[in-house]
Design a protein around this ligand. Structure first.
Ligand code: SF4
Ligand code: SF4
Length: 318
């Protein structure tokens, strides 16, 4: 019996676009709102609107008593070491609990690479610049003049805007804005904008998801900790219903990380994007074979897919 397509399960991609765009906006606003930035002109680190300092008393080095040394050590630990430990533990923790969820749902660079894939598909009829692959989506070449224009605009606007936004992490955004308005740039601002622009352009044209797979430190940390974690969120297939698979290959074609979701093996490249969940839900009209699970057994989402999944079936799949 074919069930009507459920509304929630088929829209993971739409939700993902929203989270990706929201996170890009957040990253752009971090220096503007003084959430976190380094001001190279004053040499100050700004955190949540305040100058971050070690909080040591003037002339602290003159106090050579044990309590003076303890005061310095404590402040150094609390204000310098501990914050870095917290920052550096974010991606391992994310990986341990959510796998590479950040890569698939939030990472601005991942979103840019997907946009580059889409434009390449529209212009060349394949996802990669280097040649057709078996898992290229069915989306074919169309409106090439229009997409050529969109590609040109994207190649200018996205890198330059990113360059301006990211340079704000080391040069005060107000200073950058004044220079843009006056058309008079210092070497630092020019170097920041041009450097980031070139990096973005080269990355999105020639490298794309290869960077995510083999280079990105944040991705590699999530990959490693997600791999060893017994509780990380991961993609699972309901193998008890394997017979319902129509072999349409929609799930493989949806996967921009070149994972084969039907292998149902934990793949370190899977970014938990859910594109294959959507694809299979479309094919099987809301009764798709994929879902997220916590560890190997707890069916997490989409709820509609979980409704067909039993713990027994999942344990058989192991
Ligand atoms: S296997 Fe599915 S969830 Fe994982 S990256 Fe590919 S499409 Fe996304
Ligand atoms: S999308 Fe679903 S039905 Fe189609 S090949 Fe993949 S698992 Fe099978």
């Amino acid at each position: 019996m074919i069930h009507a397509q459920s509304s929630g399960a088929a829209h993971l991609n739409r939700y993902r676009r929203i989270t990706q765009l929201a996170f890009i906006l957040f990253v752009f606003l971090i220096p503007v709102l003084d959430i976190f930035r380094f001001d190279s002109a004053t040499g100050e680190l700004i955190v949540l609107g305040h100058v971050w300092s070690l909080g040591l008393k003037q002339g602290f080095y003159a106090d050579q008593s044990i309590s003076g040394a303890a005061h310095v050590a404590l402040h150094f630990f609390l204000k310098a070491i501990l914050p870095w430990v917290v920052v550096l533990s974010v991606f391992p923790l994310l990986g341990y609990f959510f796998g590479r969820f950040f890569c698939g749902w939030l990472c601005p660079e991942g979103a840019l690479f997907e946009w580059a894939d889409y434009l390449t598909l529209k212009l060349l009829g394949r996802r990669s610049l280097y040649g057709a692959k078996g898992n290229d989506p069915d989306l074919r070449k169309s409106h090439r003049a229009l997409y050529g224009l969109i590609t040109l605009l994207s190649a200018v606007i996205i890198p330059v805007c990113s360059g301006i936004a990211l340079t704000g992490f080391v040069i005060a955004p107000k200073t950058i804005w004044n220079q843009i308005m006056n058309g008079d740039f210092t070497f630092g601002v020019k170097a920041g904008i041009i450097g980031v622009s070139i990096y973005m352009l080269i990355g999105s044209i020639f490298v794309r998801h290869t960077f995510c797979k083999y280079v990105c430190a944040a991705g590699l940390m999530q990959m490693l900790f997600g791999w060893i974690s017994p509780v990380s969120v991961r993609l699972k297939m309901d193998t008890a219903r394997l017979g319902e698979c129509t072999d349409c290959k929609r799930c493989e074609k949806a996967c921009f990380m070149n994972v084969l979701p039907r292998k149902n093996k934990r793949d370190i490249s899977c970014v938990n994007c859910g594109a294959c969940i959507d694809a299979c839900n479309k094919e099987l009209e809301g009764r798709g074979l994929f879902h997220y699970s916590i560890g190997d057994s707890t069916c997490l989402a989409p709820a509609e897919n979980c409704a067909h999944t039993t713990t027994k079936a999942l344990s058989q799949a192991k």
